[in-house]
Design a protein around this ligand. Structure first.
Ligand code: NAP
Length: 340
């Protein structure tokens, strides 16, 4: 079975997804009978389109063009087309949304996703913002049209957290909390291990490519809050991003870290919600060194799911372009029914 895929957003994740499809497309086809054909890749200035699907070699080549330049790549580049024109040209079955997450307007992802659904395309997202802001509208639109929206890449995309939460169908989930942002966890790990202040740790994280030039979405807890909304919505809880109490990591000083260490504790930026009270938070917490989360360091994430049956703990990679790209591909295969 052929699946025609349009990739909207061609930065770190979009390119990793194109490379992954080139390298593992045949594995997926052999195992599940699904042939993933990328028919277009789109960045902020234009697109490269091939209605019959790019070959693996072509995907590897287009993944190497400079940022914002896919529309100049010969012979498939087109600059400045609207999404409607792109859809008319390549008619995708699946829309992959990997544009930047904007937690104020949700754009451009929100309009792109709603447009994709209106054109009968299933949607796979790594961009969290549309779901964090308009989960019900997106799901309602998909349901009305018999389409699927998958978003395993949005929360702990390097680990199967979304699938785990969805699998707990008869459990009463009482509380979900954890470390859902790799950047802040990396910064805190540096502060504890090297005894440096937040500014120096942030600079190191930026030099390592772990933190953005503008790290505020991570440091101020927006990214983790958006993930909480998505997890809560999966459980049918009407949590809104504006209803989450956010405390920035920026208030944590080296002195706080030293004081915590003296008490055999560590500071972590913990995000969570209580499903019964509806309370939700992202805040620096001092955790004793024998707690599970205190041992989750560097780029690792962790989730604790407390239920009426027992508690579950998942520790693994939060994201990273390669891991996120795998989640996108897994979602595409699952949409097409290739997975049991
Ligand atoms: N990086 C990760 O490990 C990771 C993990 C999980 C989830 N995510 C989420 O995945 C998304 C992509 O992340 P990323 O790291 O790949 O970001 P990125 O490197 O900044 O790439 C974003 C891409 O979107 C393009 N874009 C911006 N506005 C657009 C528009 N109006 N129309 C079409 N394309 C547009 C950009 O174009 P230009 O190239 O022209 O600037 C760029 O190609 C984000 O929402 C992020 O939160 C990322």
């Amino acid at each position: 079975m052929d699946v025609r895929v349009l990739v909207v957003g061609f930065g770190h994740v979009g390119r990793a997804f194109a490379r992954l499809t080139a390298l593992k497309g045949s594995l997926v086809e052999r195992r599940f009978g699904v042939r993933v054909k990328i028919v277009g890749v789109v960045d902020s200035r234009g697109a490269a389109l091939k209605p019959e699907g790019f070959s693996g070699a072509e995907l590897l080549k287009v993944s190497e063009v400079p940022r914002s330049s896919v529309c100049f790549s010969e012979p498939y580049g087109v600059c400045g087309l609207s999404l409607k024109s792109l859809y008319d040209s390549v008619q995708p079955d699946v829309h992959v949304e990997v544009t930047p997450s904007n937690y104020v307007s949700g754009e451009p992802g929100l309009s792109n996703v709603m447009f994709a659904l209106s054109r009968g395309a299933n949607v796979v997202l790594a961009n969290k913002a549309p779901l964090a802001l308009k989960f019900d509208d997106i799901m309602g639109s998909a349901r009305a049209r018999g389409l699927k929206v998958k978003f395993r890449a949005t929360v702990m995309g390097g680990s199967p957290l979304i699938d785990t939460v969805l699998s707990l169908r008869s459990h009463e989930v009482k509380k979900v909390y954890g470390i859902f942002n790799a950047t802040t966890n990396y910064i805190l790990t540096l502060m504890h291990e090297s005894l440096i202040g937040l500014d120096e740790a942030l600079k190191t994280a930026q030099a390592m490519g772990v933190a953005e030039a503008d790290p505020s979405l991570d440091i101020d807890g927006w990214d983790a809050a958006a993930k909480l909304v998505i997890l809560a919505r999966l459980l049918g809880l009407k949590l809104n991003i504006s209803g989450i109490a956010r405390e920035s990591l920026s208030k944590v000083t080296l002195r706080d870290v030293v004081e915590a260490l003296k008490r055999n504790s560590v500071i972590k930026h913990v995000a969570g919600f209580d499903a019964l009270s509806g309370e939700a938070w992202v805040k620096p917490e001092t955790l004793s060194s024998d707690s599970v989360l205190s041992k989750v360091n560097g780029l690792l994430n962790a989730a604790v799911i407390e239920t009426d049956v027992c508690d579950y703990i998942l520790i693994g990679k939060g994201g990273g372009p390669v891991e996120t790209a795998h989640s996108l591909l897994d979602d595409i295969v699952s949409i097409t029914g290739g997975l049991i």
